[in-house]
Write a protein that binds this ligand. Structure first.
Ligand code: GCO
Length: 458
């Protein structure tokens, strides 16, 4: 079903349609107005870490073009914007001095959203840790969790009166496992003990962050954005099914467990507990405070089979082959049913509050054609198919409240640099010209129908 109006009729009138970005991926102006380096500045400036040694110095120059970018969101008829706040602009050394010009930037941005009648969904941490905190061990140090709490207080004191929602963290899976165990993201560590420390201190920071939000701006709905994995066994064998369960605990349970149940997965702790940092009395209570909402980022399923190698670390799995032949340009399998089963499984296993899909989208790298247009039909198809699944979930009674396309515009795709494009809007990095793609026009036709008075809320 690709007709946006027909699709729109499947969503309640108060459903939120938005677009998402993140500070390091779009802002550029990495040295402006007192900003100091983050771990991503350091990482991207090291050879061999990021494709083409691309970095965030200029990115989409959003720091200087934010008004034009907000105009674009408004022109697209999109009613919510999910963005992140750069800690190194606010407290450049991570602790200590507060940098007022950094706060001023987000102050103007939020006012600009309000003036355009666009809802402001802020994320406090989308991976740009102030580099100075690496001197204490970064996320492997307990002190970083308290530094985050203070940063959260500072931001909420300044912006809390105008935010529509706030998330503490974006995708702890990435800032923990991908960054400290698999070495793909900053700081590029590959060590289970470091990763488990990052896991617990990130979870703790989330809880301390919720405390901060509730103290300073209790009226702002507080949430957490997780890239939960839809784990599918590679076969029906008992070994592969057991492997999939271990993978579920490791990739999802490590975060959902403490946050929504107040406990780490027992099997995982049995296997890895000796490498854990000390979980102090009260930590799990802080981590498991009730949230107002949670965000799901979904792109592709995770298919696993058992790894027979006796020396393999928990969860002892290996990748199983994709089932769908359709892949995006970054190589990720397109398989929308996994989004449905993922939401069902998570609500079955955990007591979850209302859900926003905070990211969903596809990487296709086509550029402008001779007519100056970007024909990205496969991205449009991806959106259409996955939004159909979200509508099915609403029909089945799941509390899905909104959907944010990743991303508003092409941007710095982390270790892939600028070569991988996820935008509804094309960015020419030489000229900074923005061109709305075919998918962007389609999404805007859908989003512009909302809010609508004529549908009943789910
Ligand atoms: C994420 C990220 C985005 C990525 C996107 C595509 O949260 O993973 O928010 O920064 O660009 O997921 O990989």
């Amino acid at each position: 079903m690709t007709d946006p109006k027909t699709l729109a009729a499947r969503f309640p009138g108060d459903f939120v349609f938005g677009v998402a970005t993140a500070s390091f991926q779009i802002e550029g102006a990495s040295k402006a107005d007192g900003r100091k380096p983050s771990i991503w500045d350091a990482f991207s400036n090291m050879p061999g870490r990021v494709f083409g040694r691309h970095n965030g110095d200029i990115a989409c120059d959003h720091y200087n073009r934010w008004e034009q970018d907000l105009d674009l969101i408004a022109e697209m008829g999109v009613s919510a914007y999910r963005f992140s706040i750069a800690w190194p602009r606010i407290i450049p050394e991570g602790t200590g001095r507060i940098n007022e010009p950094g706060l001023d930037f987000y102050d103007k941005l939020v006012d600009g959203l309000k003036a355009r009648n666009i809802k402001a969904f802020a994320t406090l941490y989308h991976w740009d840790l102030p580099l100075a905190l690496m001197g204490d061990g970064g996320w492997t140090a307990r002190s970083t969790a308290y530094a985050f709490q203070r940063y959260a207080k500072v931001v909420m004191a300044r912006l809390g009166d105008r935010l529509d929602a706030v998330a503490t963290f974006n995708e702890p899976w990435c800032s923990v496992w991908l960054s400290h165990l698999y070495g793909v993201h900053a700081p590029g560590e590959r060590n289970m003990e470091a990763a488990l420390h990052a896991m617990h201190y990130t979870n703790l920071a989330h809880g301390l962050g919720v405390d901060a939000i509730r103290q300073v701006a209790p009226q702002v709905p507080a949430g957490l954005v997780l890239n939960a994995h839809s784990v599918i066994p590679g076969s029906d064998s008992a070994e592969d099914k057991a492997a999939a369960e271990r993978a579920f605990q490791f990739h999802n349970g490590a975060f959902f467990g403490p946050v929504f149940k107040g406990e780490y997965p027992a099997d995982m702790m049995e296997a890895l507990g000796d490498k854990m940092p000390k979980v102090e009395d009260g930590d799990l209570e802080i981590i498991s405070q009730k949230l107002d909402w949670w965000g799901l980022n979904y792109y592709t399923p995770m298919r696993v089979s058992a790894n027979p190698d006796a020396s393999a670390d928990y969860p002892a799995t290996k990748d199983a082959p994709p089932v769908s032949k359709v892949k995006t340009d970054i190589g990720w399998e397109v398989y929308a049913p996994a989004l449905k089963s993922l939401v069902e499984t998570l609500y079955d296993r955990y007591e979850l509050p209302v859900c926003y899909i905070t990211e969903n989208g596809a990487c296709y790298n086509m550029g402008l054609d001779a007519k100056g247009e970007v024909d990205d039909q496969p991205r449009l198809d991806y959106y259409s198919e996955h939004l159909g699944v979200v509508a099915d979930l609403i029909k089945d009674g799941f509390p899905m409240r909104g959907y944010f396309a990743w991303s508003l515009m092409d941007n710095f795709e982390w270790a892939e640099g600028y070569r991988m494009r996820f935008g509804l809007v094309h960015v020419d990095y030489d000229t900074q010209v923005r061109t709305v793609k075919k998918s962007g026009k389609w999404y805007s036709e859908l989003a512009a129908q909302f809010p609508a008075g004529n549908y009943k809320s789910a």
